[in-house]
Design a binder for this molecule. Sequence first.
Ligand SMILES: CC(C)(COP(=O)(O)OP(=O)(O)OC[C@H]1O[C@@H](n2cnc3c(N)ncnc32)[C@H](O)[C@@H]1OP(=O)(O)O)[C@@H](O)C(=O)NCCC(=O)NCCS
Length: 335
Amino acid sequence: MRRAKAKGRSLEEKNNKFGRKGGEIMEFETLINPPQAVFEQIVRWTGETEDWGFQLDDYQFWSTSFDKFWLFTVVEKGTTNLVASLSLARWDVPNDTPLYSIGLFYCLQKYRGQSHGKVLFQKVMDIVGNENATLTGVVKMADKYASVFGFDKVADFWHNFSSIKIENLVIPEIVDQNYGTKNWSDVDQDLLHAYDSTICIRDRRKIQTAWFNMKNTFTKVVFNIKTNQIVGYSTIRIVSKNKLSVAPFYAENLESAKVLLAALLHHIPLVSSYASIGFLHPAINQNVIPLLESFAKTSGDVQSAPFIKSQFTKKFLDSPHEKVYSITDCAHQFV
Ligand SMILES: CC(C)(COP(=O)(O)OP(=O)(O)OC[C@H]1O[C@@H](n2cnc3c(N)ncnc32)[C@H](O)[C@@H]1OP(=O)(O)O)[C@@H](O)C(=O)NCCC(=O)NCCS
């Protein structure tokens, strides 16, 4: 392979460039939909350096639940050693245009600033073309995605990451006459889907059902005892670094949210053996912090900070933020 010139290189050429590792010249190559072992490095590294939480089966889930899925990776040439990653999913629904979502944008710290990220990003944007695309941009990247790649249809609020360490978690005794809970599989699936469509304007029955069925994943539904109507549901997943990820959590009001969270935490075996529990929620939902505070030893035990922004290229897809206590999947969902 010819060494690319330092100046005027195309993005493609730059991606096949050379670098130095311990004085030795490195070459890189792009693998699309690489073996599972490469994905497992993404889970490990993003957990270590960014505190992101995934399951090892997420690659399989995205590959089979979306209409098309690409995992772009840069590796050290001739190996499966991860350098950088970016995933792209296409989600088709009847009577609407496809929605693309972009996630897992990551470069190993030692390889940052060498254009691996931007080159991968350009490749997925070439696939996206003129269709609508979404991502959840972290604080330091959100403006860059807007100005460089047109992700400028943005929420006017951040999604905060709010968490409690398990040693500070207390599950309150909740006696409530109004709300009851059921396991998701004991609920009429048409009704559950109908509730979900009040939260997410795109039909995601296939995606959510596959999500609920994943390993190390617990889902409960909360309903109004008098009317039998569904008023919320939530999934909690065991993810990287032994953490609990609340993904998603929807409820009509704070009272039903408390009933749902308590039931779900009681349902997870050995809940105290995990490291922490985290929510990724619209900062404008005023009920999230009160919910977490009622499950913490003291209000100071709830940590919360802006984390991501919901961004689109063509059209912002809105959702009822006051009912969203945590979104489903910050890699490939917008609510
Ligand atoms: C974001 C990340 C993947 C960029 O990878 P990288 O290979 O270091 O990026 P590049 O060398 O291609 O970046 C060159 C410049 O373009 C910017 N850039 C990279 N990708 C970009 C994108 N998709 N849109 C706009 N700007 C981008 C970089 O921030 C950098 O800007 P700077 O020169 O002002 O620092 C990397 O920094 C990383 O892994 N960060 C931690 C994980 C993270 O925050 N991911 C984003 C999640 S939304």
